[in-house]
Design a binder for this molecule. Structure first.
Ligand code: SF4
Length: 452
């Protein structure tokens, strides 16, 4: 049994953390910072001041491993100047490459896979007091009680909560089921406690995170399905808004769709990654739905909730994607009228099935398709947003605008950024804002008073 060290009298130390990738990684970084705070680390934005440097990696993008090596290279001189500096790598690249990272990077002390974040303090201790270089990448099929037990801290009015980890879907292009392991859910009790703890610190909006939140509770958890969990989170005192991401289209339930009617806290925004509009490509990607099934579901949601913002992900240039397949994707985005899309050119990930597929699409064709798709979506986004001018929307105020400190910024329930002038700081409040204009990435507005 690990002896508990008393850190209350220890001198404060500083941690610099660099995070790549998705919201799950952001959340993991927040979790690590919460754990480090307990052993008297404070965050610094300056690596040269740090006693501990953590690089939280992502392997979704191309050349992820090289990026890690070049990032670590930046810190080599710091380690040479101060051998007591501890450098660690966490995240998906840490999981994929494990000890190999230690072998390749002599100034690296610690490699930490996503299932081992709760062991951070113990590993630091081993590096510090025994001079070990450690790699912790074992995966576990369950989430131990208290493993996520550090209430994530938030710097503002919004916070995210991991409700599960891993994925069982094995889309042919995706590395996540290998790096983050098989799907398993946290208990509803823990998630609700974390939500309540965040609310007590002033958080008004929480985003529930998972690779496929719709399958929450299928493995692990405590009996509640996703819609039930969401309902309970919405009912947490002090929480004004609830979002969730990512929602796999094949697992959207009627109970989830109904909940938008029932709970005013549930934001009218749903992210439903379609990836392609072609059945041939969807089949090769192993997405588990057809174009028609996706369209039927998404159009029904939009019809029932006309103010729902629907966003999506699209991959262009997947192996075997012909011009005809790409046209079907263009046709689908036209048909749905997404509020926004996140689009990427396919690039193979070593270790995935699709990396072995033939029939690669040439790079120039991929980039042309991406440009065509993004240009058209910009027009659709602008059209969707222009329709909001003249309407009054509730905006959760996050603070001063980055571009003009005299203005406030916040987001609508449908996740659009709104900048507006207001007579007083009202961070954390939801104010009614009349939309007056559309900018490339945001809306402009002015606060309006509802007739009493
Ligand atoms: S649903 Fe597919 S794309 Fe998403 S994490 Fe799982 S395997 Fe990857």
């Amino acid at each position: 049994m690990q002896e508990m060290r008393d850190f209350s009298q220890a001198p404060a130390r500083q941690v610099f953390i660099e995070t790549f990738g998705c919201q799950m990684n952001d959340n993991d970084s927040t979790r690590m910072l919460g754990l480090l705070e307990k052993i008297r680390y404070v965050r610094t934005d300056l690596p040269e001041r740090a006693d501990l440097i953590l690089v939280n990696t992502c392997s979704i993008r191309d050349k992820a491993e090289q990026k890690v090596y070049s990032t670590l290279g930046r810190f080599r001189a710091l380690k040479q100047a101060r051998p007591g500096l501890i450098i660690g790598v966490s995240g998906c690249v840490a999981q994929q490459h494990g000890e190999r990272l230690l072998n390749r990077v002599p100034h690296l002390d610690m490699v930490l896979g996503p299932h081992n974040l709760h062991r951070l303090g113990e590993l630091i201790e081993r590096v510090e007091s025994r001079g070990e270089r450690v790699a912790a990448t074992a995966q576990s099929a369950a989430i131990a009680e208290g493993e996520y037990g550090v209430a994530a801290k938030s710097a503002g009015v919004k916070a995210s909560i991991s409700i599960m980890r891993g994925c069982d879907n094995f889309c042919s292009y995706c590395i996540v089921p290998y790096t983050r392991g098989r799907e398993v859910s946290r208990t509803a009790g823990e998630i609700l406690s974390e939500t309540a703890a965040l609310a007590r610190t002033g958080v008004k909006e929480v985003t529930l995170l998972g690779q496929n939140v719709n399958s929450y509770g299928k493995k692990g958890g405590s009996g509640a399905g996703f819609a039930e969990l969401l309902r309970r989170v919405c009912m947490t005192s002090g929480i004004k808004r609830v979002r969730f991401i990512t929602s796999h289209p094949k697992d959207v339930s009627d109970a989830l769709v109904d909940l938008f009617d029932e709970r005013p806290e549930l934001c009218r925004h749903i992210h439903l990654p379609v990836q392609s509009g072609s059945d041939t490509v969807l089949g090769a990607m192993r997405r588990g739905y057809t174009r028609d099934e996706y369209l039927e579901m998404v159009l029904a949601i939009k019809e029932r909730y006309p103010d729902m913002a629907v966003t999506t992900d699209v991959i262009v240039g997947f192996p075997g994607e012909t011009e005809a397949c790409f046209s079907e994707t263009m046709d689908l985005i036209e048909h749905v009228g997404f509020d926004n899309i996140f689009s990427f050119m396919y690039s193979p990930r070593p270790g995935t099935d699709a990396a072995g597929f033939g029939d690669a699409v040439p790079a120039d064709v991929k980039s042309t398709r991406l440009r065509v798709l993004q240009e058209r979506q910009r027009e659709i986004t602008s059209r969707e947003r222009s329709a909001l001018v003249g309407r009054t929307l509730g905006v959760l105020v996050e603070g001063a605008s980055k571009t003009d400190g005299a203005e406030l910024t916040g987001r609508t329930g449908c996740n659009r950024i709104v900048n507006f002038a207001a007579p007083r700081a009202v961070a954390g409040e939801i104010v009614d804002v009349c939309i007056t204009g559309v900018m490339p990435n945001s809306l402009r507005g002015e606060p309006c008073v509802r007739p009493s």
